[in-house]
Design a protein around this ligand. Structure first.
Ligand SMILES: [Zn+2]
Ligand SMILES: [Zn+2]
Length: 152
């Protein structure tokens, strides 16, 4: 009768249940953060490493988790800290991957909504921001104008 009571006694059986639960022996977290010039910060990737120790068996389990973050243009940032993430210089959209931007001839970055496209003599696309687009159209207009005067 006393033996049966001991088995149901939560204070006596507690030790066994505590021993089987693994405990976190060590944990490490690496965060990749973009710091914009205006002071805003964006998290672009997290790597977590946790070592779990099973006190009953002495067994260690090493768990490494990498969190991939989705960019503003709906794509996964697969290589956080290694791939370029862009902001549009015109409208200010942030967290854009290479698929959603073009460089202007002046080397500033613009999203697909803000960039203007013209073709060169061979029909290849050229990309312009708004001020460069205006200059290019004026340049092309005068080139056309002078070509008429030369022919006349
Ligand atoms: Zn834009
Ligand atoms: Zn430009």
């Amino acid at each position: 009768m006393t033996a049966g009571n001991d088995q149901n006694n939560p204070y006596l059986s507690q030790q066994a249940s505590v021993q089987s639960a693994p405990v976190v022996e060590s944990s490490d977290e690496q965060r990749m953060i973009i710091a914009d010039q205006d002071g805003e910060r964006h998290l672009v990737g997290v790597v977590q490493e946790v070592v779990l120790l099973n006190p009953a068996t002495g067994e260690r389990r090493f768990i490494r988790s990498q969190y991939l973050i989705r960019s503003e243009d709906g794509r996964l940032m697969l290589n956080p800290g290694k791939e370029q993430i862009y902001n549009c210089s015109t409208c200010g959209r942030k967290g854009l991957t290479q698929f959603s931007i073009h460089f202007c001839v002046c080397q500033t970055v613009h999203c697909l909504n803000c960039i203007h496209e013209l073709q060169d003599e061979q029909g290849n696309p050229l990309y312009f921001c708004k001020p460069c687009f205006r200059k290019e159209r004026i340049r092309r207009f005068f080139r056309w104008l002078f070509s008429i005067r030369i022919e006349a």
